[in-house]
Design a protein around this ligand. Structure first.
Ligand SMILES: *Cc1c(COP(=O)(O)O)cnc(C)c1O
Length: 417
């Protein structure tokens, strides 16, 4: 088993050791170089729109804007983050995607003239009534889906997302003179290009059938990343070619160039992130060994929610070599008072034993590829404060979110007399 620094060359050893000296407790770390590299791989698309729900730290968002990326927001909180990070409502820099919205959100959207990607007919009614002429996209459910898990499926009869009969949107759009600028489908195909072709064909069919002159189409997100060493990385060339063909047919139909947008979250940030935790106990329980670390599923949710796999590596506290033939089989658990707080489980909640070298209390245990849906999914369960986030740029670590304090956590309640 390789230690962390042998496993990945993406992080400078001295920089990481410096961070470990300075901060205790679990920490999220992001590497700027990787984000830049991933953006570069998608440069053929006219517009890259970052799905910020995957990693919504304002400093990451600012960085994205600097790198010419536009932004997607799916809640009033994310909309506020986008504005605070400097994204402007002009040029559709911000698009609000949702299937419903409350009064407060509608108000904010109208006041700031935020382009809306509507996933339901009622959203169009709401918007039309108060803001005729508003710039909108419609999100279409192409009546089929794809997804590594029912919980992440975004199309078909088992998905709540998008408009099932987009032709019913047209009279509403006409009635309120809403300005339809684009068609959107977020299905995601990973590395399944046959499926992707089906999605692209569905987009062409819808665009021609609806026959509303538009300026944009969006390929949505859902580009996978290799979590396991055996996973195949996405071929962005294939991805672009299929979507570009679809775009060209639609451009030809409307006799002007349609802009092609892509909207990834995971692909841009997933591989840039790691979660560093510390081993606090190695416990024998009957025939099993539980290794307990200082991060729980309140910090890092994916393994518990989806049974997601994340590579694990070790930084030995005492610099000892891990090159030994001695392994232990162990289950990795967290500190939460909840038996499901286990990072090594399958999607049905069955606990899995993994092979680790002979570890010691005090060693660091690192989860890889946690940049997407890591920190942004954290909660305060067990009254645990949110943990710090650090961005490494040009080998210089910069804290981009400090640890939340327990006082801050209690304040909402203590304010009430
Ligand atoms: C979540 C989401 C994305 C990003 O999905 P990834 O799998 O992270 O690429 C893109 N668009 C919409 C509308 C989403 O909800």
């Amino acid at each position: 088993m390789k230690n962390f620094f042998e496993k990945t060359k993406l992080f400078n050893k001295n920089t990481i050791l410096k961070i470990l000296k300075e901060y205790s407790g679990p920490i999220w770390i992001y590497q700027d170089d990787i984000i830049k590299k991933k953006i570069h791989q998608l440069k053929k698309f006219d517009i890259i729109r970052f799905a910020q729900k995957s990693c919504s730290n304002i400093h990451i968002l600012k960085r994205m804007r600097k790198l010419n990326i536009k932004i997607d927001a799916v809640s009033i909180g994310e909309l506020t983050r986008a504005l605070v990070a400097g994204f402007k409502p002009e040029n559709d820099e911000i698009v609000f995607t949702s299937d419903i919205m409350n009064k407060e959100t509608l108000q904010k959207i109208i006041t700031n003239k935020i382009t809306v990607n509507a996933g339901s007919l009622n959203m169009l009614e709401q918007l039309g009534k108060y803001s005729p002429g508003h710039r909108i996209w419609i999100r279409i459910n192409p009546k089929f889906g794809h997804g590594h898990n029912q919980k992440t499926n975004t199309g078909g009869e088992n998905s709540k997302h998008g408009i099932w009969n987009p032709e019913l949107a047209i009279p509403i759009i006409k009635k309120y003179k809403l300005n339809l600028i684009g068609l959107h489908m977020h299905i995601g195909s990973g590395v399944d290009y046959i499926h992707l072709k089906k999605v692209c064909d569905a987009m062409v069919n819808q665009a021609l059938y609806l026959n509303q002159d538009i300026q944009y189409i969006s390929a949505g997100g859902g580009l996978s990343i290799p979590y396991k060493t055996t996973d195949i990385p996405i071929n962005t060339e294939n991805y672009f070619t299929l979507w570009n063909n679809a775009r060209n047919i639609i451009s030809k139909h409307f006799k002007h160039k349609i802009q092609l947008e892509i909207e990834p979250g995971r692909f841009l940030v997933g591989e840039s992130g790691i979660l560093i935790t510390k081993i606090h106990e190695i416990k024998k329980v009957g025939q099993k060994i539980f290794t307990l670390i200082d991060a729980g599923f309140n910090d890092f949710m994916r393994p518990v929610l989806y049974g997601s796999y994340h590579d694990i590596s070790i930084i030995p506290i005492d610099n000892r070599s891990l090159h030994t033939n001695k392994y232990i089989k162990t289950i990795i658990g967290g500190p939460l008072c909840e038996s499901g707080d286990v990072f090594t489980q399958d999607e049905n909640g069955k606990l899995l034993e993994i092979r680790l070298p002979e570890i010691k209390i005090g060693d660091y245990l690192i989860f890889h590829n946690t940049g997407a849906y890591g920190s942004s999914m954290s909660s305060n369960y067990n009254s645990r404060p949110l943990i710090p986030e650090i961005l490494i740029k040009n080998n210089i670590p910069k804290i981009i979110r400090r640890r939340q304090t327990i006082e801050e956590l209690l304040k909402l309640e203590l304010e009430i007399k």
